[in-house]
Ligand binder design. Structure first.
Ligand code: ATP
Ligand code: MG
Length: 423
């Protein structure tokens, strides 16, 4: 026997038993994005490697060790997108969507990161993302957060997620804070974990979300980012909090929330859950006012988030909120050999008349009893047996489930439609 080939580690099939959950989630997301007048954008999954290096940052986890990068046949360095924001900005600049105008955009699709696969962390995963361009006030930060809150509401998981907020303030304020934090940590360098030691020089803010208890103990007395906030950023943050208060959205201030991507400034936020173990962040985002310019566009304020669909689906599973797989409504059977030639046509007529009816046609010739057993096994609600006697068709509809009715045999398909309609 030939050796079977398996999927790449960390890249999952989404099987027919799981797709109803995904379709449900995607449907609610589409409707919610539309309810806020956001428009969909679809970007390619492969981009120039430079795009991510220049946006996400050279010394971030993603760029340092998580990207799927390869040379195209002509030698260009390409990368499977690890996230959507950089591509969205690239597309916006390239097609003139951003200059001197506002845009409310969303996207959904696969992202790729070479991480250690575990529950809630995969190498191909899916994100739903929102990006709002050209608006600099806290009102749009609030809108983006309200949109995410409406999703939790729609999914029935409002109580399972908590909103954490912080402000990274201006680039200048952050630069001052970096110096202060580095000075403080240098004095305790020996007690820091290895990753944090390395980050002292490269990306000191990331020390704040170190998982090491020793490092966290040292951070207790470290300078706080909010002590370095500039006035404008403080006013912006207050404006956001006021709007969230007015909308009844609860949040907690988490001064250690800094996010792993370099392009954020001012507002950053995460929706976290305790239901998924250590992969608890379901949605993360913030403001990135410098990125459009950094990627060659005109200065354009922007704010957005990305939501991990796998984590969302897992969370719905833990709450028992996943819709069941849908079986066929009607299983169509040729009752005698001559009717074998008619069943496909009859199925088409049924689909014409009842576009939402899920019709499954039995394939292959078998004894009628066996076909009926298959109909039963298919979980379809009805079986319809078609007979052909000297080119005269007749039909018998059977309710296979709790009602177990055999309807009267009829020579007219519209009778069958009526029988179906009386349900
Ligand atoms: P984490 O801290 O979990 O590594 P991150 O900061 O790298 O997350 P972002 O880049 O902000 O995550 O991505 C936004 C969201 O996408 C995350 O909150 C999460 O829900 C999801 N996500 C990120 N990486 C993965 C992954 N490897 N597998 C599944 N979902 C992911
Ligand atoms: Mg990560």
């Amino acid at each position: 026997m030939a050796k079977t080939i398996q999927a790449i580690r960390g890249m999952n099939d989404i099987l027919p038993s799981q797709t109803p959950a995904w379709q449900y989630v995607e449907g609610v997301i589409r409707n919610t994005a539309a309810a806020y007048s956001y428009q969909e954008i679809r970007m390619p999954v492969v981009e120039s490697t430079d795009l991510f290096k220049r946006s996400i940052g050279e010394v971030t986890d993603i760029v340092e060790k998580e990207m799927y990068t390869f040379d195209d046949r002509n030698g260009d360095s390409l990368t499977l997108r690890p996230e959507g924001t950089a591509s969205c900005v690239r597309a916006g600049n390239e097609h003139g969507l951003l200059y001197n105008q506002t845009q409310r955009l969303w996207y959904m699709g696969p992202m790729f990161r070479h991480e250690r696969p575990q529950k809630g962390r995969y190498r191909q995963f899916h994100q739903f993302g929102i990006e709002a361009f050209g608006m600099d006030g806290p009102d749009i930060d609030a809108e983006v957060i309200l949109l995410s809150a409406r999703l939790w509401q729609a999914f029935g998981i409002r109580d399972q997620v908590q909103l954490q907020l912080n402000s990274l303030a201006s680039n200048e304020a952050r630069a001052n804070y970096r110096v202060a934090l580095r000075d403080y940590l240098r004095a305790h360098e020996a007690q820091l974990d290895e990753d944090s030691k390395r980050r002292l020089d490269t990306n000191v803010l990331r020390v704040l979300d170190s998982k090491s208890p020793e490092t966290q103990a040292i951070l207790v007395d470290a300078p706080k980012l909010s002590e370095y906030w500039d006035d404008e950023s403080r006013v912006h943050f207050d404006g956001l909090c006021q709007r969230l208060d007015a909308a009844g959205i609860e949040y907690v201030l988490n001064e250690k929330l800094v996010r792993g991507l370099d392009y954020y400034n001012r507002t950053v936020f995460e929706w976290v859950t305790t239901e998924l173990g250590s992969q608890g962040t379901v949605c993360a985002g913030g403001r990135y006012d410098g990125l459009v310019e950094q990627l060659g566009g005109k200065p354009t304020p922007a704010v957005g988030f990305a939501m991990g669909i796998e984590r969302l689906v897992l969370l719905l599973e833990t709450q028992g909120l996943i819709p069941a797989t849908q079986s066929s409504d009607l299983y169509l059977i040729a009752g005698n050999d001559d009717a074998e030639l008619n069943v496909l046509t009859v199925a088409e007529q049924l689909r014409d008349a009842l576009p939402t009816l899920r019709v499954q046609v039995h394939s292959g010739s078998q004894a009628l009893k066996k076909k009926l057993a298959k109909a039963d096994k298919s979980d379809a609600t009805y079986a319809l047996v078609v007979m052909n006697d000297n080119d005269k068709l007749s039909y018998q509809l059977k309710h296979l489930r709790e009602r177990e009715i055999d309807y009267p045999v009829t020579s007219s398909l519209s009778d069958v439609l009526q029988q179906l309609g009386t349900e």
